[in-house]
Ligand binder design. Structure first.
Ligand code: GYE
Length: 322
């Protein structure tokens, strides 16, 4: 009976029951109570995108009456590993992990698995035995890189000298966004990459890296491809300060599609953006509820994203959800 009640709660009879699971006194007719506890190991706060994702997960936990234990990894994998170990020790019901880099997760994930705690990966992939996690919810980062490259080739008639600002070294999206972009530009002999350097997905770092490249290369490039909005916005500042008119003389392209990117497109300094939805809270908790209900959950859940250019920016801006 108790099991049934729990199942009923999970499959959607509402949070009132959901928050009332276990541990009723023996012989009691009142419903048992136990709040679901989820540990969330977040990378840090490197970008506006990341802040939007954190907000989405926190808000969704609250909405569903789930107790969320939030651990800010401050950009360091070691902190995230420690957080997972703590969540396991606390015997949480599930773990949400946004992994900063792609490797080095075998041991902590196997530990969670041994403890019977499902792990839902969000926004970045890891290289590990897929049996070590329940599901991965993310955008198709390779496809995002391809879409930006296709736009560039079409826009320039296949003639461009590109500076690429890569995301965090070793992170899934940095690897994939580079791979997809380079795969497509390999088909256009007139498009070359002059420099490719990491700006760590951060605005300040993106700006500094761009400043260094401008000093070294002067105006020897015609386009900047940034792996996220924040680095693009930093690069735009550096280009402006150097008098290189971003959006005109130098085409600027990015991925994420946050509000600020749309504002930059309206202002004419950013040319195109491939969106990447950070509002993953609902999908993450849907997955957790399904797993707890014993329902099948696909190993990989993909988000659908679109590419926008300046001609669409003004109409799109008011409706942007992040
Ligand atoms: O694009 C970037 C963030 O992992 C998909 O990380 C995410 C990326 C996102 O810092 O802005």
């Amino acid at each position: 009976m108790r099991r049934l009640m729990r199942l009923a709660a999970i499959v959607g009879l509402g949070s009132a029951i959901f928050a009332c699971e276990k541990s009723a006194p023996v012989g009691s007719t009142t419903l048992p109570t136990k709040q679901v506890v989820v540990g969330f190991s977040q990378i840090g706060a490197e970008s506006g995108w990341r802040a939007a994702e954190t907000g989405s997960v926190l808000a969704e936990a609250k909405k569903r009456g789930v107790q969320l234990k939030f651990a800010d990894g401050q950009g360091k994998q070691a902190n995230q590993v420690q957080a997972i170990e703590q969540f396991v020790a606390q015997n949480v019901d599930a773990i949400i992990l946004a992994p900063v880099v792609g490797t080095g997760w075998d041991a902590p994930l196997a530990k969670a698995k041994r403890a019977g705690i499902p792990v839902v990966l969000i926004d970045r992939a890891v290289e590990t035995d897929p049996a070590n996690y329940a599901t991965l919810i993310q955008s198709d980062h390779v496809e995002a890189g391809r879409a930006v490259a296709r736009w560039l080739i079409e826009k320039t008639g296949g003639k461009a000298v590109v500076v690429q600002l890569e995301g965090t070294v070793g992170s899934g999206p940095a690897i994939d966004r580079k791979k997809g972009f380079e795969e497509v530009i390999a088909t256009a002999p007139g498009v070359t990459i002059l420099r490719s350097q990491s700006g760590d997905f951060k605005k300040v770092t993106g700006k500094q890296v761009m400043e260094g490249i401008i000093r070294a290369e002067k105006g020897a490039f015609t386009a900047v491809y940034a792996h996220n909005d924040d680095m693009a916005l930093g690069a735009i500042q550096a280009l402006q300060e150097a008098g290189l008119s971003p959006g005109e003389k130098v085409l600027v392209m990015s991925i994420d599609g946050g509000r600020e990117a749309f504002e930059a497109m309206v202002a004419g300094t950013l040319n195109c953006v491939m969106e990447c939805n950070p509002l993953l809270g609902p999908a993450a908790f849907d997955a957790i509820e399904a797993i707890r209900a014993g329902a099948p959950v696909p190993k990989s859940i993909s988000q659908t994203d679109r590419l926008f250019d300046r001609s669409q920016a003004a109409a799109e801006l008011p409706g942007r959800a992040y």
